[in-house]
Design a binder for this molecule. Sequence first.
Ligand code: SF4
Length: 246
Amino acid sequence: MSDHSTIEWTDTTWNPVRGCTKVSPGCKHCYAETFAERFRGVPGHPYEQGFDLRLVPERLKEPFKWRRARYVFVNSMSDLFHEAVPDRYISRVADVMLTADAHTYQVLTKRSRRMHDLLKGPLAAHAAASHIWWGVSVEDRKHGLPRISHLQDVAAAAVRFLSIEPLLEDLGEIDLRGIHWVIVGGESGPGARPMKREWVVSIMEQCKAANVLFFFKQWGGVRKKKHGRDLDGKTYDAMPLRYHRA
Ligand code: SF4
């Protein structure tokens, strides 16, 4: 299976954990689950066990094999801070990120409390590494916004980012203190929940006012290609600087 990613804000996905369970409304149409479940029971397939959570230690060393520096989305098919992933395994993943430092890692979670506690504790050195970016998913006010404060409290992190996707409602005023980068996107695929232009514009304007980098990923929809990723005739592709873009 190719490790190249079509996700607009990364080059590669790396999944030393596979599978997950749902925690909030943003998970309703989880693309990872849909993909993984397609292969449940297919002998020898990486997702033979569907979306059941599984550690994949044989993938741990992958970043050392990549010759050119990449953006790496960590656990696109899972959540590194899932309660069933042992602390010691998260440490092994984090050690690889710390050591294979030619790459830039993008770690994104909905389990922001656990990420916070580990980054403020045993993973403090990893938290401060400039090539590891730490992010939380934000889909709505009730479940998403509280995650931001967990991330803000990890003061050592060089890059703190929000993935606001799928954006499910108007988020109102967002506390962007200490946030460096915001990605916004609508839900895509069958049953995609709609996203209103004014919700996106509100976030874009708040980012502008707070000097936060803004990346508009997609409108989404049942056929996402049809709707593209222009916002009022403009593409928003801002990302934090990295010193070794591949
Ligand atoms: S946390 Fe992410 S990977 Fe896990 S079920 Fe929710 S959307 Fe899917």
